[in-house]
Design a protein around this ligand. Structure first.
Ligand code: ARG
Length: 466
């Protein structure tokens, strides 16, 4: 009886076992519930592998064709949602191989010549990560396009800029939005770099030492869209740097989304009222009828935790792990799949939410005219016109702010006599300097907030994102 069970359950490696596994062993050992997501990559990898085996005359054309036909049947079943994954067969590799036995019989046994699950899994996984990077990059690009339209429409919309979340200087809304386009662009490049770096094919490294069969690793590498085969079989099966790369690129991108989501939450709050998030991305309160909560933004803000958490989990799995393959590495896929799912959702929601956002331009303008927002312009004016040191003019303006605060008015509401009391050189051109429009227009240094600069950057991004 024990024999039967070991044959049934471990067709692939049961030969040297005489008693069955404990039931709970399946629960800890089986990864099919997670790695079924690599089924198409697994089939593609196997097709390339048997083609190579045939090409190298390691297997006959007949066996090769049988295997490929069987794999294609499996692929069809997968695509039609008919393929049944079975925990009994541990992982995706053995599920596919077992199914191949069911379809073509013993010829299936030739598929695993000159490979091991160790090189197979990392090949499948690299292909999966490569595909998911492609998808994330295009989702980031979609966000960039949406953000760019907003930046373009608001190249001269005034808003208060903050440091320490305290009113700092007037800026343009378009400029603020363009800041995120810069971040997204770096995110995209980080993913593309990660993809380029991972693109070496591990297949043929076998368990860890390579193989004695006359295989052609360049053949499979090319068939599977890799740049070249990996050059060290031990590294190939134990390397998960590409997972760290993927998770760190994802963490950084998710962090950017989280930062922006936080700004949306603040901007949508009653105290700010800079924007309105549409009904379709808000929720109500079960007790307070007046409430409209920015839940989608809050969830984007929070979901980054899954991704950075996965990055740290992966570091912890790899830390101190000796070469070459150990089963610890099976835990990598859940982290990547979960991170991809989260990031992909965050990007989709952000994009849609932003398409429907309302910008309260009037309120933004109003909020920009408070809190002595043009004090720096006044200090700069004194430096430029009277050759004062910046520290001296900083002092003078500081005193003027104090004065205005006492009188409960803004700097521009102070009488000329008040200004003159502080510094007799000041004349009434000061009022132009204190205007918000003047303040942003003047900040036309390269990459600055002036509408003219923002227009230029928008134009450049339009070209790049075409
Ligand atoms: N399911 C395994 C994983 O994801 C495949 C490799 C198993 N290799 C082994 N020698 N047990 O890592």
């Amino acid at each position: 009886m024990s024999n039967k069970r070991s044959h049934d359950t471990n067709l692939m490696w049961g030969g040297r076992f005489s008693s069955p596994q404990d039931n709970i062993m399946e629960a800890i050992n089986s990864s099919i519930d997670v790695d079924y997501r690599m089924v198409l990559q697994d089939i593609e990898g196997s097709i390339a592998h048997v083609k190579m085996l045939k090409f190298q005359k390691i297997i006959s054309t007949k066996i090769c064709n049988n295997i490929i036909n069987g794999l294609k049947v499996i692929r069809d079943e997968v695509n039609n949602g008919k393929f049944i994954y079975d925990r009994k067969f541990e992982d995706i590799h053995m599920n596919v191989e077992k199914k191949l036995y069911d379809i073509i019989g013993d010829d299936a046994g030739y598929l695993h010549i000159a490979r091991s699950r160790n090189d197979q899994v990392v090949t499948d996984f690299k292909m999966w990560v490569r595909d998911s990077i492609q998808d994330l990059v295009s989702k980031i690009s979609e966000n960039m396009k949406t953000f760019l339209i907003i930046a373009d429409n608001n190249f001269n919309t005034l808003m208060p800029g903050f440091t320490h979340l305290q009113t700092a200087q007037p800026i343009t809304f378009g400029h603020h939005i363009l800041a995120y386009i810069e971040m997204f662009d770096r995110d995209k490049n980080r993913f593309i770099e990660a993809k380029n770096r991972l693109n070496e094919c591990p297949l043929g490294s076998a368990a860890l030492a390579g193989t004695s069969y006359p295989i052609d690793r360049f053949f499979t590498s090319e068939k599977l869209g890799f740049d070249k085969p990996t050059s060290n079989s031990i590294d190939a099966v134990s390397d998960r740097d590409f997972v760290l790369d993927f998770l760190s690129a994802s963490s950084i991108c998710a962090t950017h989304l989280s930062r922006f989501a936080e700004e949306l939450v603040i901007w949508a709050s009653d105290g700010f009222a800079f924007i309105e998030i549409s009904d379709s991305f808000s929720t109500g309160s079960s007790i307070m009828p007046q409430k409209r909560n920015p839940d989608a933004a809050e969830l984007i803000r929070a979901k980054v935790s899954n991704i950075t958490g996965s990055l740290f989990s992966m570091f912890t799995i790899l830390k101190g792990l000796p070469l070459a393959y150990s089963k610890d590495l099976q835990e990598d896929k859940e982290l990547v799949f979960r991170s991809y799912d989260n990031l992909s959702l965050m990007l989709e929601v952000m994009n849609k939410m932003m398409k429907e956002i309302t910008i309260n331009k009037d309120n933004l303008r109003k909020m920009t005219s408070s809190h002595f927002i043009t004090a720096t312009d006044l200090a700069d004016y004194l430096v430029k016109h009277f050759d004062y040191s910046f520290r001296k003019s900083h002092q003078i303006v500081g005193k003027l702010v104090l004065k205005a605060e006492k009188l409960d008015c803004d700097l521009k509401d102070l009488k000329l006599s008040e200004f003159k009391k502080m510094d007799p050189n000041i004349d009434d051109s000061i009022y132009k300097i204190l205007s918000i429009e003047n303040s942003v227009n003047m900040r036309s240094s390269y990459g600055g907030t002036s509408p003219s600069e923002v227009k230029k950057r928008v134009k450049e991004w339009k070209k790049k994102l075409k």
